[in-house]
Structures are given as structure tokens and as C-alpha cells.
Design a protein. Structure first.
Length: 632
């Protein structure tokens, strides 16, 4: 037999509890009612026992129902607080709903049936809350010592409970801090949250789904999530329960694939990665797609995930002989280029030029193939091998630049932290150890300069750069660069000379572009000139054509072999290569100079002699008229 409802009535004055008692007597609800005729006595009774419901008659107690509700909460009210009000205090009583009151009733409209219904609801509410609190306490006690991360969320993914292991895994200080975080902000990619919720919605439960969460400090963490939905009495999903474990360390092969994915994700060039191992499977007619970027998925008219693990023929079609030639070339680990047709659902395949190249690991084993599509803008099929080769080269160059751009951006953030913290160490360390911080700062700045060069070249190669040009006095540019590089010149003991002309030497150019040109050329001259050598910088109007401004940088350095001159301005090239190379850098400085000189409609020439030195001459238009003439 169910126990009677325990109800506390707080009122003021003798016999003020009679109306409530009479209504309860006439109702069919079994109530154990206790009345206290003052607020202090009522609060004392409230704190001394657990009550299923609390009735407060604010019309007689106070004109501040909100304050009474707060005081009841402070006294430890577990059950819902029902406020009884008269016509004069009704408006104030309704404000108490925002302070935690469960319901407001008018005394003059109270009936036995209404009071009975309200108390039954209050009892059910209280017992449900107690049950939930008990379940939550049980859940916390059970999961506290479990190493796997556990969570409970709403059907929309909002975290309502997280085990200590899950809190620690994501790097939050408290469970409350994690719960306050927006649900989509907990994932490295908000699409992963949608993928998890959709999978649970469709299947009821998922097992070891690969999900990458975002930690409190922004770093990603790869996990495996098993999740199931919990239904209520009415069959509706009330919440989701999940178990989170750290994903095992990916194999080197998987890490390589992730690196390729990161590089290609935001590329506008249709591209895919083919699994070389898929051809080893019995009955495999062609390789399977390990990854396809959004650009290719858009071309094929489908979602990128839909192409995963699909055979190559899902994307391209070709005559049998071309297919055979492609597969045999790939299996033998050689690059392939040619004409194929990109397949589109319910549409005519698009003729396109495709280029495939093998991707090998550190030991030379074939792991994947990279496939890049490059089609002419007018949609026509190239008519010659030369045109196909040119298109393939353009496509791979753009892809390389996009890869470098993405990777360089990823490296800049940690470098900023390294530079900042090394400065703090430099200030905090004892003098005898400051050289360590100096070395960290020096090397990180060197790497920062390299990354800046990569990004600079990437922008020059992948965007339609337009430089704002005006008349620039080359004398002031040289003075600025010399001031910046003066410490390096002194450190390397280089004898530097600049004969500053008495009259302005003007070029029609971008000041920032000319500054970069002079900086890179002078930096190169210093790098390849031994200690005690000489570097001379000259600017003048061309003796043969007054419409040209000339910059010359001459050094007594190591010089350049004539055989290397044809590729001197190519990206990532240096005369000394591999483990035997003597000088640092990636070989980007001169490539950037060439790009900028071309944008300024100028020319660059190099005269050199191995072991004697090098002279680099840059000619720029002296004024706008000369520039337009050069352009024509």
C-alpha cells in the first residue's frame, strides 16, 4: 500500500490552514499534512524532514513571494513549492515561478479536485527526481573507477553526465566545465557529431565508431565511441549513453593516409588516394578508393564518404586497353597520365586528363597512389601528348602548393607558442643557462622564416596577385633592408658596401615587393659568402635605357656551377643537395624573387663563376609608361 503524501503547509495566523485541510478532506488523495503557523517555524520543519510538497500561503505571510521561495530552497526544500495567493498578491506570486516555484494557485479558486491533482503531480515529480538522483549517484559511483570515458547526453548531444576519465581525456578541469561547452565544440569537426547522432538514430546503437574530439586546449584526440539510445516509457529516446576509449595508435601507413587527407581536404583540384594493397585481394578488378576530396565528390555528384572503399571504376571510365595500361603501370609503381572520363550519375561522363603517381613509405614500399584530375577550362580533350603533359604538370604543381600552404599554416601556431615561451625562459633562467633559451628562440625563428617563405610562395603561385605600384626610391629601400640585416652582416664579418646615389633612383613598383626582392638577394649573398668576403649593392638608372631602374648585388662568395643555372629559380632547389649539402634553407628565396620580378614586369640575370662570386642584376620599369610598354 503506498504511503501517504507528506505535505508541509506554511501559513500565518490561527485557523488559516482550515480551508486547505477541508479541501484535502473532501478529496480522494491520502495526505499527511503538517501545518506551521509562521515562516520561521515552517522553515525549521522544512529543514528537519523530507517533504513531497510544500504549500506556502503568501497572501498572509508576505508581499514578497519570491523571497519566501528562496528561503525555502535555502532550507533544503526537496519537493516542489506551491504558492497560494489571493487576488492582491497574484502578480507578485507569479514572479516567484522564476525563483523556483512549481505552481501558483489562487486561494479563492482552489477546489478539492484541483488540489488533489496538483499534489499527485507533485508526488510523481518528487519521486521521479529522487529516482534520477539515485540513478545518477549510482552511475557516478560505478563509473568513478572505470578507466574508459563514459558520458550521458540528450538526444541532441548535450552532455548531462561525464565520468572523470572522460573529463580528463578531453582536458577539462571539471565535469561542469565540460557540460557547459557547446555540444558541437566538443568535436574536432562538427560533422562528426552529426555523424554519430545520425548513426545512433538509424541503428539504435553503434560500436567503436571513430570520432575525433576537441580537447579543452583545442588539440584533437582520436577515440572510438560506442553509443546506444535509452528509451522512456512512451518509447521516445530520452538520452544517449556512450563509452569512449582512446583509439589505438595509428599505423605508419594510416598516418601517411591522414597526412595526404589533410593536404587534399581543402584543395579545389579533384583528387583521390587509391589503396595499393586493395589489388592484393582475390578477385579485385581494380584498386579501391581510400580517400576522395570534396572537389572530386562534387564533380561526381555525390558525397565524399560515398566514394570511400569504392572501386576506381566508380569514378572513372575508359576503354579496356586504357584501363589495362593504367593498372599495369600502377602495379609496377610508375606514374601514369592520360585521358579518362569522370563518371557522373545520370549524366554524360566528363572527358578529363588524369595523372597518377605512386606514394611510397620510408622503406620504398608502395602504399597508395595519388590521382589528380585536370581538365581544360573549355572542356575540350587535349590533342597532343605535349598538351597532356603540360596540364598534368600544372595540376600537380597546384596540388603541391596547396599541400605546402595547409601544412605551413598548421605549423605556425605551435611555433608562436615556442617563440613566446622561449622568451619567458630567457628572462627566468639563470644566466648560465640562458644560452639554451637563446638557441631555442634562434632555431624557432629560423623555422618561422622558412614557413613564412613557403606561405609567401604559395600565395604567389595559387592566387591572382595584383601589386599596388607607384614610384619607389630604391635608395630608401636598400637603406631599410641594410638596417634590418646589419647585425647579420657584422656577425658574419662581411664587408658590405653601398654607394648611395645623390639623386633618387625611382622604379615603378610595389615597395613591399622590392623590399622582399632586395632582402632575399642580399640574404642569399651573405649566406654563400665566406667570413671576410665582400658584398656590394648598387642601384642606378640603366645606362642603355633610362626607362629602367637597376638593382645589382655582387659578392665574392662560392659562385654557382653553370650546369645549375637553368634551375636556379625553381622552388626547393639548391646546388648542394641531400646529406652532403652545406647550407640551410629550402631553396625558396630565389623562387620568390623570380615570381615578384615577373609580377613587376621586370627581368633578372645572373653572372657567376664557380669559386669567385656571383652578380645578380634586377631591372624594373622606371615609370608607368615604361611598364606598359614592357607589357606590350
Amino acid at each position: 500500500m503506498p504511503r501517504p503524501l507528506s505535505v508541509l503547509l506554511i501559513y500565518d495566523g490561527p485557523h488559516d490552514d482550515h480551508p486547505v485541510r477541508q479541501h484535502l478532506k473532501e478529496s480522494d488523495v491520502d495526505v499527511d499534512l503538517r501545518g506551521e503557523a509562521s515562516l520561521p517555524a515552517g522553515l525549521e520543519a522544512l529543514s528537519a524532514a523530507d517533504w513531497d510538497a510544500i504549500l506556502t500561503d503568501v497572501e498572509r505571510l508576505s508581499n514578497d513571494p519570491t523571497g519566501i521561495v528562496r528561503r525555502c530552497d535555502d532550507a533544503g526544500a526537496e519537493g516542489p513549492i506551491i504558492v497560494l495567493a489571493g487576488p492582491t498578491t497574484l502578480h507578485a506570486a507569479e514572479a516567484s515561478l522564476q525563483s523556483g516555484a512549481a505552481e501558483v494557485l489562487r486561494n479563492d479558486r482552489l477546489t478539492p479536485a484541483l488540489l488533489a491533482h496538483l499534489l499527485r503531480w507533485a508526488t510523481e515529480h518528487t519521486r521521479t527526481q529522487q529516482h534520477l538522483h539515485q540513478r545518477e549517484a549510482w552511475l557516478r559511483s560505478v563509473t568513478k573507477q572505470i578507466s574508459d570515458g563514459l558520458f550521458r547526453s540528450t538526444p541532441d548531444g548535450e552532455i548531462v553526465y561525464a565520468s572523470p576519465s572522460f573529463v580528463d581525456l578531453l582536458g577539462y578541469e571539471t565535469e561542469e566545465a565540460l557540460s557547459r561547452t557547446r555540444p558541437d565544440a566538443l568535436y574536432a569537426d562538427p560533422k562528426e557529431r552529426d555523424r554519430l547522432l545520425q548513426a545512433v538514430h538509424d541503428q539504435g546503437e553503434v560500436s567503436e565508431l571513430s570520432i575525433t574530439f576537441r580537447c579543452a586546449d583545442g588539440t584533437p584526440v582520436r577515440t572510438l565511441v560506442s553509443c546506444t539510445h535509452i528509451q522512456g516509457k512512451e518509447g521516445a529516446v530520452e538520452y544517449l549513453d556512450g563509452v569512449v576509449t582512446m583509439a589505438p595508435a595509428p599505423s605508419p601507413r594510416t598516418q601517411h593516409l591522414q597526412l595526404y587527407r589533410d593536404a587534399l581536404d581543402h584543395s579545389y583540384i579533384p583528387a583521390m588516394i587509391l589503396d595499393a594493397q586493395s589489388l592484393d585481394q582475390p578477385g579485385a578488378p581494380d584498386p579501391r578508393i581510400a580517400y576522395a576530396n570534396e572537389a572530386l565528390a562534387l564533380m561526381c555528384g555525390c558525397d565524399a564518404e560515398a566514394l570511400h572503399e569504392q572501386p576506381l571504376r566508380r569514378v572513372i571510365s575508359s576503354p579496356a586497353d586504357a584501363q589495362t595500361d593504367l593498372l599495369s603501370t600502377l602495379v609496377n609503381g610508375r606514374p601514369w597520365s592520360g585521358q579518362l572520363r569522370t563518371v557522373r550519375p545520370n549524366d554524360t561522363p566528363i572527358p578529363a586528363s588524369w595523372f597518377f603517381t605512386p606514394l611510397r613509405n620510408e622503406t620504398g614500399d608502395l602504399e597508395y597512389w595519388l590521382g589528380v584530375q585536370h581538365a581544360p577550362s573549355d572542356g575540350r580533350i587535349p590533342s597532343s601528348i605535349q598538351e597532356q603533359t603540360q596540364m598534368t604538370t600544372e595540376g600537380t604543381t597546384s596540388l603541391k602548393t596547396a599541400v605546402l600552404h595547409n601544412l605551413s599554416h598548421e605549423m605556425r601556431t605551435p611555433l608562436t607558442s615556442i617563440n613566446g615561451f622561449s622568451q619567458i625562459l630567457k628572462e627566468e633562467l639563470a644566466p648560465s643557462h640562458r644560452h639554451i633559451a637563446d638557441r631555442i628562440q634562434h632555431d624557432s625563428k629560423r623555422l618561422q622564416e622558412t614557413i613564412d617563405s613557403v606561405l609567401r610562395l604559395s600565395r604567389l603561385e595559387t592566387t591572382d596577385v595584383s601589386l599596388d605600384r607607384t614610384s619607389v626610391d630604391l635608395r630608401s629601400v636598400v637603406q631599410t633592408v641594410h638596417t634590418r640585416l646589419h647585425p647579420k652582416l657584422e656577425q658574419e664579418a662581411i664587408d658590405f658596401s653601398f654607394d648611395r646615389p645623390s639623386t633618387p633612383i625611382t622604379a615603378y613598383a610595389s615597395r613591399s615587393a622590392v623590399t622582399r626582392i632586395v632582402t632575399n638577394l642580399l640574404d642569399n649573398a651573405v649566406k654563400f659568402t665566406p667570413e671576410g668576403g665582400r658584398v656590394a649593392l648598387r642601384v642606378y638608372q640603366s645606362r642603355n635605357a633610362s626607362s629602367e631602374a637597376v638593382i645589382e648585388i655582387e659578392d665574392t662568395g662560392i659562385g654557382i656551377d653553370e650546369e645549375f643555372l637553368p634551375v636556379l629559380f625553381d622552388s626547393f632547389t639548391q646546388e648542394s643537395q641531400g646529406l652532403s649539402r652545406e647550407y640551410g634553407g629550402l631553396g625558396l628565396g630565389l623562387a620568390i624573387v623570380q615570381q615578384l620580378v615577373d609580377l613587376l614586369n621586370g627581368t633578372i640575370d645572373v653572372t657567376t663563376e664557380k669559386g669567385t662570386g656571383t652578380c645578380v642584376t634586377v631591372r624594373l620599369p622606371a615609370h608607368a609608361h615604361a611598364d606598359s610598354s614592357a607589357a606590350r
